[in-house]
Design a protein around this ligand. Structure first.
Ligand SMILES: [Mg+2]
Length: 283
């Protein structure tokens, strides 16, 4: 019985290992925060609490969404500092100290240490997809990976520990310049797309939830005009509540104006057939 369980567990693990697909039909890259997990009660709450720690003002989702809508505040540490600056808070805190305060709220323990000792908001992050979602993509010869501005321990925690993915292809904070710089996106797309950077390579789609994510694809196209690069966008979960329908519509309009090709209702509503249709050259 124990042996059977073990072999079953091994098989399940194996299925969720990103298959190395020699010539995938498409490459689908994901942002993590707001796309794979809901960070309203974690990263976004840590941002608000950090601002509150210094200024006594706790920004709600309005000012945070407005800032993110500008497309260049993907890094939450810098976003916290910018909210303090706009609030007129003086003197501004030392950046390194702000990062530590933020980290205390978010991880509540040593980010480099064992996650089981973390006591921060990271412990309350609802998942927006399950492991089977990635198996379905792989079965359709769609290669997948992640390009995120989250810190590597946080990104690995959600992908490996929470979702059970094994060695997921990942570009996280510090692995490449911050989005909307497209370096990380293009690097991972080329790794997963058969290594051919030219037009013959598999088409690439990137699914994100912010203007910065959309702009990353727009800029990537300038570097690789011959390659099919598609921007998919989804509103983050905190805007999915029925009473926020107007805010969501405005937010989605911003994503389209930034250049998103398609809006998704939810991450897990995306099907392989739909993706392949959208990534066709004239799709
Ligand atoms: Mg995001």
């Amino acid at each position: 019985m124990a042996a059977l369980k073990e072999s079953l567990a091994k098989r399940l693990t194996y299925q969720s290992r990103p298959r190395s697909i020699l010539s995938p039909r498409a490459v689908l890259l994901f942002d993590i925060d707001g796309v794979i997990r809901d960070v309203a009660g974690s990263y976004r709450r840590a941002l608000a609490e950090t601002v509150h720690h210094y200024s006594g003002w706790r920004p709600d989702s309005g000012p945070i969404d407005a800032l993110k809508g500008e497309g260049r505040w993907n890094n939450d540490w810098e976003a916290a500092m910018e909210l303090l600056r706009r609030r007129g808070h003086t003197p501004l805190p030392d950046f390194g100290e702000l990062v530590e305060v933020f980290s205390g709220f978010y991880f509540g323990g040593d980010p480099a240490g064992d996650p089981k000792h973390w006591r921060g908001f990271i412990g309350s992050e609802p998942l927006l997809v399950d492991r089977g979602f990635f198996d379905t993509l792989a079965a359709a010869d769609i290669a997948w990976g992640f390009v995120s501005g989250a810190e590597p321990p946080s990104a690995r925690f959600v992908l490996e520990r929470r979702l059970g993915l094994v060695d997921p292809p990942l570009v996280a904070m510090g692995d490449a310049p911050d989005k909307p710089d497209p370096t990380g996106l293009l690097r991972l797309a080329e790794q997963l797309g058969g290594g051919d950077p030219g037009a013959a390579a598999a088409p690439v789609a990137y699914l994100g939830d912010t203007v910065a994510d959309v702009l990353t694809v727009v800029r990537a196209r300038r570097h690789r005009p011959e390659r099919r690069l598609v921007s998919l966008a989804v509103a983050p979960p905190h805007l999915h509540a029925p009473e926020r329908r107007q805010d969501r519509r405005r937010y989605e309009q911003g994503l389209l104006e930034a250049g998103a090709d398609r809006l998704l209702q939810r991450t897990d509503s995306l099907t392989p057939a739909e993706l392949l249709r959208w990534t066709e050259r004239d799709g």
